[in-house]
Every structure is written in structure tokens, then in C-alpha cells.
Design a protein around this ligand. Structure first.
Ligand SMILES: Nc1ncnc2c1ncn2[C@@H]1O[C@H](COP(=O)(O)OP(=O)(O)O)[C@@H](O)[C@H]1O
Ligand SMILES: [Mg+2]
Length: 410
């Protein structure tokens, strides 16, 4: 890609044109060519014939209104990024800036620019969107989240096992595990990793986070899995909010084929943000009455949030040795009013795996019991949510000390 990207500006606001022209004058490296379209309709036609790298459209009123436009642009010019221009003072959505940004990202907007336009912000946006000249825009990766309304049911065990099994099957650096257990992250220790950066670092860098920076913040496990670990303490956790999480996940799915999200049991804005971007939610249940009852309440909530049955998988995890008087599979299915998709057997060696940081899917038996079920779960992911990114090579991971890299990037 040349350093003269084409930017299509949508709208008939003449001050916008002069703001752009003024900002362009002080750009380093980039000398964009501007095009104009009066309406979304006209912009779609221009995009179809000219394939601009970036389209800037105004965000006014309800950000969801951009969605049909962004989808049409994706269809006619898949390499084009849609950027929303907004004035914080007249968003007019009856909400704050933060909520509007989340809503716009749900509507396929890839980035944002505040007005009046400032040259440094435009420069950063161009760097973020156009930095990798050889990178071909890729199909988005899949986000799979593991949820439950209770702790201790096996979310972390299942997300780590799934992530490891997926990572074994693809090229290194194509699977990311994000630990969103804000208060008690367990993924890194389960993999014997002790990263110095975390989801909180990514949240703090949210405005300039790009693939290169994200890849500096993850820790690589020897099986090729990248891990964005949980914040180390509650102070760090305070840096993470639903907007930051949305940005991190939206970027992660552009950078990785599969993004596995380990969550914590809470139905708040953050879980909503995760579910919103997830292609599939794995609901983990245990075969105890209180847990199954809780799970029976969670499924309709998911349905209400726009999660039809096809987007959920129910996993019954027998993380207790079966005891007489326990619920049977048909009891559980009757209470849940749906079939259980995967029944995970009890595996006593998981505790050793947990304590030694040697994941069961790499060191345990994968041909029957627990290992076999995880393999089936991953077969189902690859069969039903394949990611085809052509022959393109993955972007190289930056080496070096992540903390130093972050400090250097200030
Ligand atoms: N299928 C299983 N068999 C035996 N132990 C299990 C199984 N699944 C989970 N465990 C154990 O149960 C405990 C809680 O699991 P964890 O994955 O941390 O739950 P959560 O993330 O939902 O809080 C851990 O000690 C884990 O090793
Ligand atoms: Mg957990």
C-alpha cells in the first residue's frame, strides 16, 4: 500500500472538508487523497468503484444507524475501514461518549475521530489502520466465551483446555486466550506463565492499541497459544471497563483466528460486552441442583440478549466424582429444557495439571475421558466456525521485553 491512502469523507458539511485539509498539512509520512460523497448511498457507489482505504462518516444520533451502511461497505469493498467522526457534545444519543463508542463498534465501525479534527489524532488513526503495508484485510477470527453464573464449575479448566487443543492444531500465534476473571485470574498459572503485562495493560493502551502492541502484551505458551492474562490485582482491574474490553476483543478477532475468553460469573456490562462480540457462548453447568437451576435461569437471559440456541453450547462438567443421588443427564436436560451438547467426565489428574502448570491437553490422555471430550468440542469449533484466511502468513510477533516495549511506546 502506498503512503497516499484514499480517504472518502461522507457528508455535506463544508467545515469538515476544511478541517481535513488543515490536518493533512501537518501529517508525517502520509499524504492522503481526499474524496467526498454527499450521502451514504453515494459513498457506497464510490467505494464500489474506488475502494478507498478509509471512509469517514459522521456519527449523529443513534450509532446503530451506521450499521447497514458499514455492512454495505464491507460487502462492496471488504478492504475499506469505516471510521466514525463525532463531536462529543452533540452525540444526541442520550448517553455518554463511552456508550456510544461501544454501540458504534457493534455496528462495525472500526475506529473513531473526534471533531474538530486534530492532526495528531488523524496521524495515529492512519498509523493504526494502515501501518502494515503488506497486510491483506482478513476474515475476522471467532470469539468463543465460557460463561456460567457460578464460580468453581470449570470455566477456566474448559477455556484453557479448549485454547490449548486449538493452538496445537493451528500455526503458532493464531489462538489467543483472554482471561477476564478480573479478581482471580487463573489461566496464566494453569499454563505456568508469569506475564508482566495483562488485559489491564491493553485497557490502558486502548486508544492506540493495534495488532503489534496487542502481540507485545500477550505471553506465548510453548504450544503456540498466546495468553492475555488477567490483571494482577484489584487496582489494575479498575483500569478495565466494558469499552476497553470491547476494543481489545474487537482487535483480537482481527489479529487471531480464535479468541477464547474465560469469564467470571457476573451478568454486568462487561459480560454483555463479551457476549456481544462472541460468536458462541459455552455455558458451563455442573450436575448439582443449585447449579443446574442457575443455569436454567441463565439460558433464557442469553436468548434475550440475542443468543439463539445455535450460538450457545451447554457443557455439563462433572467436576465432582459421581456420587450416589447425583443428577442424571436426563434430569439436567429436563431442567434446562434443552439438550446438553458436551458431557465432560471427571478427571482426577486435572488437579495435578492445575498445580504443575502442565496443561492436561498436552500431557494427559487425549483418547478417552476428559481429553476426548475436549477434542470433540474443538472438532465442533473447527467444523462449525472455520476461519479461512487464505495463504497469508501471520504477522510476525514482536520479540523482546513487553514492559520495555510498552515504556518505549509511550
Ligand atoms: N472435569 C473435571 N474433573 C475434575 N476436576 C475438575 C474438572 N473440571 C474442573 N475441575 C476442577 O474444579 C476446580 C474449579 O475449576 P475452574 O476451572 O477453576 O472453575 P471456574 O473457572 O468456573 O471457577 C478446579 O480445581 C479444577 O481443577
Ligand atoms: Mg475461573
Amino acid at each position: 500500500m502506498s503512503t497516499t491512502p484514499h480517504i472518502l469523507i461522507v457528508g455535506n458539511d463544508s467545515s469538515l472538508q476544511s478541517e481535513f485539509e488543515a490536518a493533512l498539512g501537518s501529517l508525517r509520512k502520509w499524504t492522503p487523497v481526499l474524496h467526498h460523497a454527499r450521502s451514504h448511498r453515494q459513498a457506497v457507489e464510490v467505494a464500489r468503484s474506488r475502494h478507498p482505504e478509509i471512509i469517514c462518516t459522521q456519527l449523529e444520533g443513534d450509532p446503530r444507524a451506521i450499521k447497514p451502511f458499514a455492512e454495505e461497505i464491507q460487502a462492496v469493498s471488504p478492504g475499506t475501514s469505516v471510521v466514525a467522526l463525532y463531536r462529543p457534545e452533540n452525540l444526541g444519543f442520550g448517553e455518554n461518549e463511552h456508550t456510544v463508542i461501544i454501540e458504534a463498534m457493534r455496528s462495525q465501525v472500526q475506529d473513531f475521530l473526534r471533531r474538530p479534527l486534530a492532526a495528531p489524532e488523524l496521524q495515529q488513526l492512519l498509523d493504526r489502520l494502515l501501518r502494515r503495508p503488506t497486510e491483506v484485510r482478513r476474515e475476522l477470527g471467532r470469539i468463543l466465551s465460557f460463561v456460567s453464573n457460578k464460580g468453581g464449575v470449570g470455566k477456566s479448566t474448559m477455556s484453557v483446555s479448549t485454547a490449548v487443543e486449538l493452538a496445537r492444531r493451528v500455526e503458532p500465534g493464531r489462538v489467543l486466550l483472554v482471561d477476564v476473571s478480573l479478581h482471580l485470574g487463573s489461566c496464566a498459572p494453569m499454563l505456568d506463565l508469569a506475564p508482566t503485562t495483562s488485559l489491564a495493560s491493553a485497557a490502558r493502551e486502548k486508544s492506540r492499541l493495534d495488532e503489534t502492541l496487542l502481540r507485545k502484551l500477550v505471553a506465548r505458551h510453548e504450544c503456540g497459544l498466546d495468553v492475555l492474562s488477567a490483571p494482577i490485582d484489584a487496582v489494575e482491574a479498575a483500569d478495565i471497563d466494558d469499552e476497553a474490553l470491547t476494543r481489545v476483543l474487537a482487535l483480537a478477532r482481527r489479529s487471531y483466528d480464535y479468541v477464547i475468553v474465560d469469564t467470571f460469573p457476573m451478568l454486568d456490562g462487561m459480560i454483555m460486552a463479551i457476549l456481544d462480540l462472541s460468536d458462541r457462548a459455552y455455558v458451563i453447568a455442573q450436575n448439582t441442583v443449585p447449579n443446574v437451576l442457575g443455569c436454567a435461569r441463565l439460558l433464557p437471559v442469553l436468548l434475550h440478549l440475542g443468543y439463539p440456541r445455535e450460538r450457545t453450547r451447554v457443557v455439563l462438567n462433572n467436576n465432582f466424582e459421581s456420587a450416589p443421588g447425583g443428577l442424571t443427564l436426563s434430569d439436567v436436560e429436563a431442567r434446562l429444557e434443552r439438550e446438553v451438547d458436551f458431557v465432560v467426565p471427571y478427571q482426577k489428574r486435572l488437579i495435578t495439571a492445575l498445580n504443575t502448570g502442565r496443561p492436561y491437553m498436552l500431557h494427559g490422555n487425549r483418547w478417552w475421558g476428559f481429553g476426548r471430550t475436549v477434542k470433540k468440542l474443538v472438532d465442533d469449533i473447527q467444523d462449525t466456525l472455520p476461519v479461512s484466511r487464505g495463504a497469508e502468513a501471520p504477522v510476525a510477533r514482536m520479540e523482546g521485553d513487553p514492559a520495555a516495549a510498552l515504556a518505549g511506546a509511550e
